[in-house]
Ligand binder design. Structure first.
Ligand code: XIL
Length: 299
């Protein structure tokens, strides 16, 4: 196959990309994105501050720009993200307690109603666990509403759109030996045992010198899959874009039957949130990097 999406599809997987609405007018960007990928994530446009800038007033202008572009180009969409400590609008940052809990529920219902039946996977909860060695939850205004906020978010999401796969998404949970990985693993195990509706775990996979790729990533994916959830690589970028590391990540996903697919967090290095790390598959002029060829060959 000659594109990432078509090559992944031969394995029953997808190959996705994060899209920024304001770059879709860039013809180099749009033509690469349209050609190579078959899954789309909005890089920022479906986040809480973008979709509910004022309480109860939803704005889907930029989110729909990406959604409509994706559908017109034959791609599926991952929704990102409904409940998160970051990129909250000011009104939400200033809430607490039962008012914040209700605002979270209303936000999930409002966004999921707009896209009901249209989203393959939703990142219902993003980045709820702490970095470091605790293996526990991250402190946040949402956590302070009570630690059941995550399961409430998932139950709300299931009712709002029963057809979407519901994911928990986080970073630094790729290494099986890390406490954060084990903390999320215990939560997912508990949710499955108690019937909390969770379908998938997203591994952001922002690999860099501080949190490098480790070959035990495959163990992590397998262990989570064995709990009865799908797994996905949701925001892949690799500092320096080592072709071997990119190929290893592809091989890890292909080795785990419940790995749904891979999403890279941008098109060209210049589109990356960490452009100084040159972590992506395309050069700034739109040409393919060695990492691109390594990924295509691994698929
Ligand atoms: C990042 C975007 O790429 C940036 O444009 C934005 O300024 C901040 O957020 N984890 C996530 C993503 O779940 O939403 C983040 O995206 C990167 C880390």
């Amino acid at each position: 196959e000659s594109t990432l999406g078509a090559a992944a599809a031969q394995h029953g997987r997808y190959f996705g990309v994060a899209i920024a609405a304001n770059r879709l007018n860039d013809s180099t960007y749009a033509s690469i994105a349209a050609r190579e990928f078959n899954m789309v994530t909005a890089e920022n446009e479906m986040k809480i501050d973008a979709t509910e800038p004022n309480r109860g007033q939803f704005n889907f202008t930029n989110a729909d720009r990406i959604y409509n572009w994706a559908v017109q180009n034959g791609k599926q969409v991952r929704g990102h993200t409904l409940a998160w400590y970051s990129q909250q609008p000011g009104w939400m940052q200033s809430l607490s307690g039962s008012a914040l809990r209700q605002a979270m529920i209303d936000h999930i219902n409002g966004v999921m109603a707009h896209y009901k039946g249209k989203i393959a996977q939703w990142d219902v909860v993003n980045e709820a666990f702490a970095d470091g060695n605790s293996g526990g939850r991250r402190d946040s205004n949402l956590e302070r509403t009570g630690s059941d906020w995550i399961e409430v978010a998932f139950r709300t999401a299931r009712n709002a759109d029963p057809n979407a796969k519901l994911c928990y998404n986080d970073y630094n949970i790729e290494n099986w030996n890390w406490a954060k990985t084990q903390g999320v693993y215990r939560m997912v195990k508990d949710f499955k045992q108690r019937g909390v509706p969770i379908d998938c775990v997203g591994f952001q996979s922002h690999f860099n010198s501080g949190s490098p790729y480790d070959s035990n990533f495959r163990t992590t994916l397998s262990e989570f899959a064995a709990l009865g959830v799908d797994v996905a690589i949701t925001e892949l970028d690799i500092q320096g874009a080592s072709p071997n590391t990119y190929a290893a990540v592809v091989n890890d996903c292909l080795a785990v039957s419940r790995c749904l697919g891979i999403t890279v967090w941008g098109v060209r290095d210049s589109d990356s949130w960490r452009s100084e790390q040159t972590p992506l598959l395309f050069n700034n002029d739109g040409s393919k990097k060695q990492a691109y060829t390594a990924v295509l060959n691994a698929l």
